[in-house]
Write a protein of this length. Structure first.
Length: 259
C-alpha cells in the first residue's frame, strides 16, 4: 500500500502484493469468525437456516462481483491489444504514404517514423514510471517533429494527395492518444474496495458457521485471493505477468528495417 494525497490506497500495479494483502485479510476474517463462533452458543436449527441463507447470498454476490470484475479486466486487456494493432497499422500506412511527399522530404519523414516506432515499442516494454515518463517526453517531441515534417510540404502543395499524407499522420498521432487512454482505463478503486469488503464479510460468515476441518475452512481465502491476483494481473498494463506485447509494432519495425 502507498500514500497518495493523504489517503491510503492499494497499489493495483503490483498484483502479488495485492494477493498477499487479500490472503491475509481474508484469512484473518475466517479466523476471527471462527473465534466468534466458538465463543457463542450454537445456532438453533431455525437460526442455522437463516444464517445459511445469508451466507449463501453473500458468497453468491462475491462470486458475481469477481466474475464481473474479471470480465472488465479482460475487456480492457483486449482493448489495449486492439489499439496496439491500430497503432501499427497507422504507422505502417503513413510510412508508405511518405512516398507521396516531395523527394527531399521522404527520407527525413521515414527516419522520424522509424524513431517514433522504436519509442512506441519501448512504451509497451517499459515497467517503471521513470522510464515511461522519459518515453512519453521523447514521444511528444517526435510527434512535433513528424507534424512539422509534413506541414511544410503540405502548405507548399495544398492538394488532395498531400491531404492524404496529412490524414495519415493525424491517424498516427491519434492512435497514440487512444492507446494512452486505454492504458489508463482500469478497474475503479471503488470496485476493488467493494469486492474486498464483501470478501471479508463472506469469510467472516464462513468462519462463524464453520463445522468442518480448518484446512477446508481456509480454502476460501486462498481461492478468493487467487481470483484477485488474476484480475489484478490482467488489469495491470505493466505490473503483471499477463501483458500486451507489441507484436504488430515489432513486426512492422522488422519490415521497415528490411526495406
Amino acid at each position: 500500500m502507498h500514500a497518495a494525497g493523504g489517503a491510503w490506497m492499494i497499489d493495483l500495479d503490483s498484483p502479488f502484493i495485492l494477493f498477499a494483502i487479500a490472503l491475509l485479510a481474508q484469512g484473518l476474517a475466517v479466523y476471527v469468525g471462527e473465534l466468534l463462533g466458538a465463543r457463542k452458543r450454537r445456532l438453533t436449527d431455525d437460526e442455522r437456516k437463516d444464517f445459511d441463507v445469508v451466507q449463501s447470498a453473500t458468497l453468491t454476490l462475491l462470486a458475481l462481483i469477481i466474475g464481473f470484475s474479471f470480465s472488465m479486466a479482460v475487456t480492457r486487456y483486449d482493448l489495449r491489444k486492439s489499439y496496439e494493432e491500430a497503432e501499427a497499422n497507422a504507422i505502417g500506412t503513413e510510412y508508405v504514404r511518405a512516398d507521396l511527399l516531395p523527394a527531399d522530404d521522404v527520407a527525413s519523414a521515414r527516419k522520424l517514423l522509424r524513431e517514433y516506432l522504436d519509442r512506441r515499442i519501448a512504451f509497451y516494454s517499459a515497467r517503471d514510471d521513470r522510464t515511461v515518463a522519459r518515453i512519453d517526453e521523447d514521444t511528444r517531441k517526435l510527434q512535433g517533429e513528424l507534424w512539422s515534417a509534413i506541414l511544410r510540404p503540405a502548405n507548399a502543395q495544398p492538394n488532395p494527395v498531400m491531404a492524404l499524407v496529412v490524414s495519415g499522420m493525424n491517424d498516427v498521432l491519434n492512435s497514440q492518444g487512444y492507446t494512452q487512454a486505454a492504458w489508463l482505463n482500469r478497474i475503479p478503486v471503488a470496485a476493488w474496495l467493494m469486492m474486498g469488503v464483501i470478501a471479508i464479510a463472506a469469510n467472516l460468515m464462513v468462519g462463524y458457521g464453520a463445522r468442518r476441518s480448518r484446512a477446508l475452512l481456509f480454502s476460501l481465502p486462498v481461492i478468493g485471493s487467487v481470483a484477485f491476483l488474476l484480475i489484478a494481473d490482467i488489469d495491470s498494463p505493466r505490473g503483471g505477468l499477463i501483458r500486451v506485447r507489441p507484436q504488430n509494432l515489432i513486426a512492422l519495425s522488422h519490415s521497415m528495417r528490411a526495406q
